[in-house]
Ligand binder design. Sequence first.
Ligand code: ATP
Length: 199
Amino acid sequence: MQLKALTLNGFKSFADKTTIEFDHGLTGIVGPNGSGKSNITEAIRWALGEQSAKSLRGERMGDVIFAGTAQRPPLNRAEVTLTFNNADGYLKDQPEEVSVTRRLFRSGESDFLINKRSVRLRDVVEMFMDSGLGRESFAFISQGRVEAIFNSKPEDRRGIFEEAAGVLKYKTQKTKAQAQLQETSDNLARVFDIVHELS
Ligand code: ATP
């Protein structure tokens, strides 16, 4: 799997539709302070389902929408699309080229699309879980994160290794199944109580 292209439209400082194509090998993004380098990595994280406005250096999610400048009025919508080459089938049950789009309107309305079809945030998160691009992965290391990782609690650090080893998805499914089992056993206990009262 390879990230082929990133298209930003109305995301932070990228008011105009801008496409960045990534070639094989290493891509470096250089530019003066404040020119939008970090906004590019934030756009990738946002499209992958980032839910924390603070980790995108905002107060609320709407802050990712182009806020306007002295010359230009604000926009009402932010949209980011990631295009992956999936010829190696790394993302299971997906075509050779996979696109993921996230959109947010100032009204608060938002959409996620996989291959131009509307999906839930959960579908995007699950598709990338254990791909190395999940939320806890090492794919994005922001300034200060290295130190935070070394200073984190052992159990938090373990989560990072679990994501890298590809077991996080199963752990999440296990936790969900355990919660359902607990709910079912609570319901059963209630049924037994009622049967007991009636008999
Ligand atoms: P540095 O080298 O200092 O880390 P950088 O190249 O990484 O800088 P960014 O931090 O990505 O730059 O970009 C910051 C710029 O993005 C600022 O000029 C800021 O005003 C602009 N910006 C952030 N959010 C928005 C928004 N919602 N609308 C318009 N501009 C925005």
